[in-house]
Design a protein around this ligand. Sequence first.
Ligand SMILES: [Zn+2]
Length: 281
Amino acid sequence: MSFLHDLLDLIVPETCAGCGRGGTALCGTCAVPLTLDPRPAPLPVRPPGVRCWTVADYAGNVRKVINAHKEQGRTTLTRPLAAALTRALKASLPPPAVPAQPTPPPSDRELPPLRPGQIPPRDTPPTTPTEGLIRKPSKTSGQGTRSRRVVTGELTGSNLIHVIPVPSARRAVRRRGDDPLLNVARTAVRTLTNEGLPLVLTTALRQTRPVADQAALSRTERVANVKGALTAAHPLDGARVIVVDDIVTTGATLTEAVCTLHRAGAHVLAAATIAATTRTT
Ligand SMILES: [Zn+2]
């Protein structure tokens, strides 16, 4: 389906998913709310011990943009939505997990400054970008059944943080042929790992049953609707986790996700979303 949408994007002139203006998938005006500074989302249903960071208000044109990406397969919106989630994710990281700059090796730090025209010594190690932080999981890592888990990379250190998306409703994924939130989360994590941050996308949550559309439900009904609707695909003993979703409304789904991950042994650090509604009922 996404291929068809991509094809249509080429044939049919694009219009802004927010305001309908022609010539662009997202005009500058409608993009502004997605570039705001991240902030904690006020949640009537609070996940235990977890703060949720978000960027935009889920209202007006932002709501149209997110729904066009999710429901209409407007894949050209993945990048700007991922940029917003990237900033929310970055804000949600604990301070020790954010290395300001790669630390140069001691031999570099101890070298005296070169005089003009001086040739550096031959044994000076070359300065290379931080590419070694993420590595592919080894086939011989000997983790038994856990080696089947869907992990796109693995950190060599102990400060790895798993970014775990809340799964989209099964029916929506089947209808569209892909998972829009997963695509946004994948792009956001790739951006941050390219900056050297110790993140890995881990699809550890599964839906156990269909849930009703949360939009028409009250806060109490939402909690009941998602209760027990998620399960962890594998144990997460001691794993440090940030949960991501596209939007957060009451916090009921996020709370269910956090509690499910806690039961699987994870240490959930925070949550991050693109947008949050101000609805409190
Ligand atoms: Zn617009």
